[in-house]
Design a protein around this ligand. Structure first.
Ligand code: ADP
Ligand code: MG
Length: 286
């Protein structure tokens, strides 16, 4: 018996693969799939193009793979398709051609299972709900008790202890961003999607928020796609920077960011940082 098994290792491997594939697809149909973070790469964007009705070609054959737990920033001029890319990955729109796989599933499947935490430029809080109620809302809708029990922990993590019962109108811009970040992360989704989340903040607050984001991100290290038009922000936060060219949006270059973690804001004044920043600015301008 043992020898038989050893004689046919290829066959056994193929069978195992077929079995796990069929198991996965039946689980998806019943929405019981287990998202295994060990699978690599976590995110595959393969030759993705997006044309809007009316003929605007926002993205042209974008190709990008992101490893589990990696923090990838995407920079590019306004209108180059950054928001389109994040909406496609988050399953909020579908590509015209090409494919996107997240942990081997479609973005739609991951979205339905609440596998994406999404933070948009506008924190989009409900004005009549308190800080705690805003953070709790997605878990409430999903009747997810275990997430609800972690809300106060996340309020503390994003520095809002004491403001649990404040309304959005009583908060500063930075505090509203913190609420949006806590709301995205409290259910510990395997993916974090952020679309220029600090774009509306002043420089000082923005720097502080970047530092804080790295702190909360490292709490469990979700696979992250972070959209920005700031090269310095992209470099400070990420493991790799994707530089996009405009109209239609294409990947012009992908740069490794070599700076060790944890990072603090002094990094920005180092010559290694400013040299890389200059290089990326040239790529963007060229
Ligand atoms: P970015 O986020 O980099 O500024 P967007 O992804 O928002 O870029 O937009 C890329 C291009 O697609 C722009 O030319 C924009 O006008 C166009 N676009 C974005 N959304 C839509 C839409 N819903 N319908 C038609 N055109 C759109
Ligand atoms: Mg945008």
């Amino acid at each position: 018996m043992a020898r038989d098994g050893a004689v046919n290792p290829d066959l056994r491997t193929r069978d195992d693969g077929a079995e796990s594939r069929s198991r996965k697809s039946s689980d998806v149909m019943t929405e019981r799939v287990t998202m295994t973070p060990e699978q690599r790469p976590a995110l595959e964007i393969l030759a993705v193009s997006k044309e809007y009705p009316g003929g605007v070609r926002a993205l042209d054959r974008v190709h990008l793979t992101v490893e589990t737990g990696e923090f990838v920033a995407v920079v590019g001029a306004s209108g180059c398709g950054k928001s389109t890319l994040i909406r496609l990955v988050a399953g909020l729109e579908v590509p015209t051609s090409g494919s996107i796989r997240a942990l081997g599933l479609s973005p739609e499947q991951i979205r339905v299972q609440r596998g994406f935490g999404v933070v948009f430029q506008d924190p989009a809080l409900f004005p009549w709900r308190t800080v705690r109620q805003n953070i709790l809302l997605p878990a409430e809708l999903a009747r997810d008790r275990s997430t609800a029990s972690r809300v106060d922990e996340w309020i503390g993590r994003v520095g809002l202890t004491g403001f649990e019962n404040a309304l959005p109108a009583q908060l500063s811009g930075g505090m509203r961003s913190r609420v949006a970040i806590a709301r995205a992360l409290v259910s510990r989704p395997p993916f974090l999607m952020m679309d220029e989340p600090f774009g509306a903040l002043d420089e000082l607050t923005r720097g502080a928020m970047q530092q804080e984001l790295l702190g909360v991100w490292s709490a469990y290290g979700p696979t992250t796609l972070f959209i920005t038009h700031s090269v310095a922000e992209a470099l400070f936060l990420s493991d790799r920077v994707v530089v996009m060219s405009p109209r239609p949006g294409r990947v012009a270059s992908v740069e490794d960011v070599p700076f060790p973690r944890p990072r603090d804001l002094h990094l920005r004044h180092s010559s290694a940082f400013t040299q890389l920043e200059e290089r990326l600015l040239n790529l963007l301008g060229g």
